[in-house]
Design a protein around this ligand. Structure first.
Ligand code: ATP
Ligand code: MG
Length: 619
């Protein structure tokens, strides 16, 4: 669809129209996809009992592969590069052949419509082949993070009931080898799971067990064709687990039809991709961002994706070298990666020619103004876009949709209501608040991108978790406010809000100031109770190469005080406690300071961070 360029007012009107007449709005957007049978009814029921594009039949892999293979077989579907510098190019013809081969093998292993298949891989072309193969057969794709602990993975395999797993035997991340197969073997020995077969994409020599099927041994050599299953729009397509920032990760599913329509609309409006565009999504596979781009949008739109295996911060020059090498036009990145670029310094941007770049889209956390300005100053003609969304609602809640028109940037804000979604800011009792008043961010959207919980057929858990805190609204768990022009400011997680002397302070309000200090790479603010009163500690990671000193701590404290923020302590650390998707787990800092239970730490990226925290916080 060609989106015309709108004024800000017109975008607001579009959002209003979508809110009043969701069926009409979404009916027009079903045509991003090719349907085997057109939907009969656009919307049935109300969330969480809603069904979309009812009766429509389609197949995700067919939309991502077959229809482009027919018209553009030589077009590049993906470029791949590893942090070591190896590369591969995958055309749409290759993609078509490989997805069919992978589908054939999965079918031989008994995978059929409705079966869940678990996948653990780094960002390599085979990850795309097998994911799309699962969809070709009508299965439910569940991608897990690399490096989840054994018990967490065992829990998830049971939760999503996968009989078949597909893995790559190993990968390298930030120079370290991760032996995926060894971890999987060990957990399957120790824990009871439904897994019967493990299909292994071999990278080097591996030991095999009876469960294993080595892909190279069974892969058809010639051409094969596997019929794409005609899926009803509302059948589950994929299960995601939330990041685990605020508690135990929740398992949610998105559908074959509505989800795909919503994502294609989202990215059309956010980035306005053009034919031939090269788009790099900097994310690990386990975070929804990777599949959203590399499975459900880039090939569905017939674009070219960049798959990067490893850690982009491994070497300071990697980011700009990848952009130059593949002529990247669009970058979608986690907030934490953008902070990494800033902390690596000039080399991260000027080691290669980045003039092909048109937009950089941030997602994951509120992007602090310091980092945004740093990027802005270095990528002058590049649109720095933002999109605030959550696993449960994979249509942006607020964003700067440059594909629709010029949305002027406002420091600290993720943008305006994204057409198709709708939010409100409410007080403790669920009453809507006027502009500039801080409160809880809730959703009153009716759209096809709202997930449902897996294993929850009557939506009881869904209602309990999301719909009961503020009746009539879906609760995001976030805290913020809107300004007079409808810009939304996410200022922190509601659980992390700091109440001091009657005032409620969002963590972002403190962090954004701290991050403006020239010696600070990253900072996080945490409120905690001690001796009956609320205190604030700010953890600071100094810029690369800077020495840690008590003076710097005092300096940052004074810097904050000059900006009107009084904190009790500033503590220097080598890294912040983050989830695998790079979100700061403030609750762990609070738990250590208050001597509470740590709670769920299954998605904590480097568990050794806890020792450092205990050590520095006890001083
Ligand atoms: P859990 O729900 O398990 O605690 P999580 O909320 O971090 O984990 P995700 O669904 O990955 O899991 O993240 C969604 C959250 O990320 C949002 O609720 C919001 O707090 C934050 N977020 C995402 N993008 C942005 C953005 N662009 N600006 C501000 N906040 C964002
Ligand atoms: Mg959440």
């Amino acid at each position: 669809m060609n989106v015309e360029i709108f004024s800000l007012d017109k975008i607001r009107r579009l959002a209003e129209e979508a809110k009043i007449e969701p069926e009409r709005f979404w009916a027009h957007r079903a045509w991003y996809l090719e349907w085997f049978r057109k939907p009969k009814v656009i919307l049935e029921g109300r969330p969480p009992n809603d069904s979309w594009f009812v009766g429509g039949l389609l197949n995700i892999a067919y939309n991502a592969v077959d229809r482009h293979y027919r018209v553009n077989p030589d077009g590049v579907a993906f470029y791949w590069m590893s942090e070591r510098g190896d590369t591969r190019t995958v055309s749409y013809r290759d993609l078509y052949c490989e997805v069919n081969r992978a589908s054939h093998v999965l079918k031989e292993l008994g995978v059929k419509r409705g079966d869940s298949v678990s996948l653990i891989m780094p960002s390599i072309p085979e990850a795309v082949y097998f994911s799309l193969a699962v969809h070709r057969l009508g299965g439910v794709l569940v991608i897990h993070y690399l490096g989840l602990s054994e018990d967490t993975l065992a829990y998830r395999l049971n939760d999503c009931r996968s009989r078949v797993m597909v893995i790559a035997s190993s990968t390298t991340r930030n120079g370290k080898e991760i032996e995926v197969k060894r971890v999987v073997d060990s957990l399957l020995e120790k824990f009871k799971t439904p897994v019967e077969k493990v299909l292994v994409v071999k990278r080097g020599e591996v030991d095999t067990t009876e469960r294993d099927v080595i892909y190279d041994d069974v892969k058809p050599r010639g051409r094969v064709f596997v019929d794409p299953e005609a899926m009803e729009s509302n059948e589950p397509a994929t299960v995601y687990y939330t990041s685990g920032t605020t508690g135990r990760p929740k398992g949610l599913y998105h559908t074959n039809g509505g989800y795909l329509v919503a994502l294609n609309w989202s990215f059309d409006a956010l980035l306005k991709p053009r034919k031939g565009d090269v788009w790099w999504t900097i994310s690990e596979l386990g975070w929804p961002v990777w599949p959203m781009a590399n499975l459900y949008t880039i090939p569905v739109m017939g674009l070219t994706g960049v798959l990067f295996e490893g850690y982009v911060g491994h070497k300071a020059d990697l980011f700009s070298r990848v952009v130059e090498r593949f002529g990247v036009n669009l970058v979608w990145s986690s907030t934490t990666t953008l902070y990494t670029l800033k902390s690596l310094g000039e080399e991260s941007i000027n080691s290669g020619d980045v003039s092909s770049l048109r937009a950089v889209l941030n997602t994951g956390e509120p992007l602090n103004t310091g980092a945004r300005k740093w990027l802005r100053d270095r990528l002058r003609d590049v649109y720095i876009a933002d999109a605030y969304w959550m696993t449960e609602h994979l249509l942006p809640i607020a964003a700067t949709p440059m594909g629709l028109g010029e949305v002027p940037y406002k420091p600290g804000s993720a943008g305006i209501t994204f057409p198709g979604s709708s939010f409100a800011v409410v007080d403790d009792d669920g009453n809507p608040l006027p502009p500039m008043r801080k409160g809880y961010i809730v959703l009153n959207s009716v759209n096809p991108a709202m997930a449902k919980m897996y294993n929850d057929p009557n939506h009881e858990r869904m209602v309990k978790t999301y719909w009961s805190r503020f009746p009539g609204y879906f609760y995001t768990g976030d805290y913020g406010y809107v300004d007079e022009e409808g810009y939304l400011y996410v200022i922190g997680r509601a659980d992390d809000v700091i109440t001091k002397e009657g005032e409620r302070i969002g963590t972002m309000e403190v962090e954004s100031i701290a991050a403006n200090h020239p010696s600070v790479a990253e900072a996080t603010a945490v409120g905690y109770e001690r001796d009956g009163s609320m205190r604030i500690v700010v953890l600071v990671v100094p810029r690369a190469g800077l020495e840690r000193s008590e003076r710097l701590e005092q300096d940052v404290k004074a810097f904050l005080r000059n900006a009107g923020v009084i904190v009790d302590r500033v503590v220097l650390v080598s890294k912040l406690p983050k989830t695998k998707s790079g979100k700061i787990m403030r609750r762990l800092v609070r738990a250590i300071l208050q001597n509470d239970e740590l709670g769920d730490t299954s998605t904590l990226d480097s568990p050794d961070v806890l020792n450092e925290l205990r050590d520095v916080l006890s001083k």
